[in-house]
Design a protein. Structure first.
Length: 337
């Protein structure tokens, strides 16, 4: 019997590829990745030259339609990492009154594509009580389109990422897929998370820094959530004062980001490099980020951690496989009858 074809994914607001990489690891094949930031598009091209990347505002896809490269057949999964500022404290939490809210565009594209499943990632703030009516409107619209939607809060630290990073995940499925979907179960790191010290000790010692082991023992904690901010945000740093205080307790200066690793003779506290921040976000060491240091740090901080995307993606792919197998069995029984 031939192997089943890879499920097809279209991704909106792809950023630097955190969600895309996770979905690739889950077995999905990308028919299109849409992203407005040119630096992030360059990062996608640099790491996966064969991915069909479109530098565009997804609102144009909702109004003008999808390009021909996205019309190659049925879409198994529509995934999106819509901007977080409308639902974050840093972004003033304006919700649907924020011009950066792209949920309406995602719903419009869902109506056009009718994918087998939908997955949207955002900040924990979206699950606040004050946004309940908005979440209900999204759920109602998806119900009108034939999907059952559910929100779930997942912590990146429970999936092998050395960072707390709670994320609000929306999954929407039609009735034939719904019985086959099971939310991913946290791995062993749920009870013993990977720490900053464990994740970065080798890179800290790479240039001969004598205090790497001492620093790693001090940094025996999970990182606070990295902040990417928007294009209105200033230079690269490790977040607001509360986050910087947490970093200071781990021997890290959070007010800026370093251009190089710690050198021999350097004293504590030290600064982290963009490459180290990427490791804390769950990216593999060979994932390259393009652009200025500010652009790279923004891409990293805004990313969906690949291990979390992979966990949800595998659950989606398994549901699609089970549903297709079930339909195939029903079809063979029907033909036999």
């Amino acid at each position: 019997m031939p192997e089943p074809a890879s499920p097809v994914c279209i991704e909106l607001c792809s950023g630097a590829g955190g969600q895309a990489l996770g979905l690739e690891q889950a077995g999905f094949r990308h028919a299109l990745l849409a992203e407005i930031d040119p630096a992030a598009c360059a990062t996608l091209h640099a790491n996966r030259p064969t991915w069909p990347v479109l530098n565009t505002d997804v609102r144009s896809l909702a109004t003008d339609g999808l390009p021909s490269l996205a019309r190659g057949g049925p879409v198994d999964l529509l995934a999106a990492g819509v901007p977080c500022p409308p639902f974050s404290v840093a972004g003033l939490g304006l919700g649907p009154d924020d011009e950066r809210d792209l949920f309406p565009a995602v719903l419009a594209i869902t109506e056009r594509l009718r994918p087998s499943a939908l997955m949207v990632e955002n900040v924990r703030g979206l699950l606040q009580q004050r946004f309940r009516a908005y979440r209900d409107r999204i759920r109602q619209r998806l119900s009108e389109l034939g999907y059952t939607a559910e929100w779930r809060l997942l912590y990146a630290s429970e999936y092998g990422v050395p960072q707390l990073r709670p994320r609000a995940i929306l999954v929407a499925l039609p009735s034939d897929l719904l019985p086959h979907f099971r939310w991913p179960v946290p791995g062993p790191s749920a009870s013993r998370p990977v720490t900053v010290g464990e994740a970065l000790v080798q890179s800290m010692a790479a240039d001969g820094w004598e205090l790497a082991d001492l620093w790693a023992a001090e940094a025996d904690q999970v990182a606070p959530t990295l902040c990417g901010g928007s294009r209105r945000h200033g230079g690269p740093d490790l977040g607001p004062s509360r986050a910087r205080a947490a970093w200071a307790r781990m021997g890290v200066r959070g007010g800026s980001v370093a251009d190089r690793l710690p050198q021999p003779g350097e004293q504590l506290p030290v600064r982290l490099t963009p490459e180290q921040l990427a490791v804390l976000q769950g990216f593999p060491p060979d994932w390259t980020f393009t652009g200025t240091k500010t652009a790279r740090c923004r891409q990293i901080g805004n990313a969906f951690p690949p291990p979390v995307a992979a966990a949800v993606g595998r659950a989606m792919a398994e549901a699609i496989r089970e549903a297709n197998a079930h339909l195939a069995v029903r079809g063979s029984v029907s033909r036999a009858g």
